[in-house]
Write a protein that binds this ligand. Sequence first.
Ligand SMILES: [Zn+2]
Length: 145
Amino acid sequence: MKTQQIIAELRRKNEMSQDEFAAKLFVTRQAVSRWENGETVPNTDTLKLMSKVFGVSINTILGQPRNTICQVCGMPLDDEGNYSKETDGSINDKYCKWCYVDGVHAYTNMEDVISEVIKHQNWGTPEQMQEFLRKQLAGLEYWQK
Ligand SMILES: [Zn+2]
């Protein structure tokens, strides 16, 4: 979907008129109308505010692919619910809310994540789970630096 359609849908889903939507984002109704007509796209500050106000990630608004699993622990990121947030309240769709808290990464050591994840899983032996998770996590962006 294109940004213009996504914005229009977001506004309708929240049952807002263009005026109400504009007021929430501190822009004019004309600005909203231009977004929905595809003439302009919101600037970065407005995108952040939209993310914060409506609880959707900036990638979602821009119609870009987003991460479907947390890039630290591998947990599936569901429909925005367990995404982390930046300190300004905008959604970060790379990490879950347990791995990235108040703008800070909760884990710097993969073994800490693994022992945490294992507590919530129940299959095989701890050694099997560790081996599996080490392989899975090694493929995630966060651990590739
Ligand atoms: Zn995570």
